[in-house]
Ligand binder design. Sequence first.
Ligand SMILES: [Zn+2]
Ligand SMILES: [Zn+2]
Length: 116
Amino acid sequence: MRCDDMRTEVAMWRARETNRDLETTLMEVQLEVNIELAKLLSETIHPAFAGTNGVEIEEEDGHVCGICPQYMEKGEEARGMRVCGHMFHDYCIFEWVKRKPNCPLCRCPIHTNTKH
Ligand SMILES: [Zn+2]
Ligand SMILES: [Zn+2]
């Protein structure tokens, strides 16, 4: 069953049960789906990234990624450590922080204290 069909069916059922019109319940169901999606998306952002900044390379200055190790080229997505300032390709550091919570170069912890 397609996602849209399922939504419509839930909305129709709800409209019947609560004696409201289908338009209202459809909007309600749609909103709930969006909230669920947002939750899923926020989980895909790894908590280890809390200590990093995403940046786009604006100039080629011979900066080498500490992981692959290739030059970071103009327009590439990079990620810098807030603690030590080391920079890596976005896709390189992503794979790294999923496994290890420290900087590949200087081993300083990526996690800043995120608990307030
Ligand atoms: Zn790299
Ligand atoms: Zn470092």
